[in-house]
Write a protein that binds this ligand. Structure first.
Ligand code: 13P
Length: 291
């Protein structure tokens, strides 16, 4: 069984003290590379699409690619919609066959965040085996259509996190802890892993209820990743790194073979570079051999 929702593989990750890598893709090539890496490493994996690429290719196409690749992969694969601020689009993706939906109402006032998140949770649970991710506090930087200035980013309050998860019925939860989307501006970003550990203890201390997500994976130093893993991070999101890998690999290949007109060779090179980047993440998250 390779088609899974995010919560089921994250519960196993939390029990086994590893984390599942969640990789944002924009096209078929990256999709294949992420799954190739997971198969090679025997790791559970989450493939994510931000709203723009999801709308560009269309939900039916995304889900067709997902099903085609995941059904023949001998590892669990989840298809996640990332940072969606539109309730109707969340519902559309759930209907189409995404298996994890992130409603991001984190920029809304607290009560409105609860209302919108709960509406998506109730809908997705009525459709089928779909888990839902929500966010409290705000992650700085730029991800697809979401932009938060670093000085406006707000960390999640632990007590409010418990209430948020209870009142919304969320399956997996992304508390803001200081990580940021995009490339970190300093070598040692200020990340509050103690806050993540506190929230994890308060929510999952007496039995796993709602596993936690770490956003802003690109550029996190490896020792930070290990601390966040130990603090209870069960899903790590990586987007910018794969965008850079795709563009840099294409550029490198074309520069080195300027007279060649064989797109398939560029694709092989890009796919291989992406597969290697994902395998490195799988090693850091200690999910190799866990599928
Ligand atoms: P990065 O772009 O910093 O890797 O963040 C990815 C992310 O959190 C997507 O939700």
């Amino acid at each position: 069984m390779s088609i899974v929702n995010a919560k089921e593989i994250m519960v196993e990750a939390l029990k086994g003290k590893y984390a599942v890598g969640a990789f944002n893709v924009t096209d078929l090539l990256q999709f294949e590379a992420v799954i190739d890496a997971a198969v090679e490493k025997k790791a559970p994996v989450i493939v994510q699409t931000s709203v723009k690429p999801s709308k560009f290719l269309g939900t039916k196409m995304m889900v067709a690619i997902y099903r085609t690749l995941a059904e023949s992969a001998p590892v669990p694969v989840c298809l996640h919609l990332d940072h969606c601020t539109e309730i109707d689009y969340c519902k559309k993706c759930a209907d189409a066959g995404y298996t994890n939906i992130m409603i991001d109402a984190s920029k809304q006032p607290y009560e409105e965040n609860i209302r919108q998140t709960k509406e998506v949770v109730d809908y997705c649970h009525s459709v089928g085996n779909i888990s839902v991710e929500g966010e409290l506090g705000t992650v700085g930087g730029v991800e697809d259509q979401i932009k938060v200035a670093e000085d406006e980013a707000q960390l999640a309050n632990p007590q409010q996190s418990v209430e948020f998860v209870e009142r919304t019925g969320l399956d997996i939860f992304a508390p803001a802890i200081g990580t940021a989307h995009g490339v970190y501006k300093t070598k040692n970003p200020k990340i509050d892993w103690d806050r993540l550990a506190t929230i994890n203890k308060m929510i999952n201390g007496n039995g796993i209820k709602t596993p936690l997500v770490v956003h802003g994976g690109t550029g996190l130093p490896e020792d930070y990743i290990k601390k966040l893993l130990a603090a209870g991070g069960a899903k790590f999101n990586v987007s910018t790194e794969l965008k850079h890998t795709l563009i840099d690999a294409k550029y490198e290949y074309i520069c080195a073979h300027r007279d060649e007109y064989d797109p398939g060779k560029i694709d092989v090179f890009v796919r291989d570079a992406t597969r290697k980047a994902v395998m490195h993440w799988i090693d850091m998250l200690e999910s190799a051999g866990k599928a």
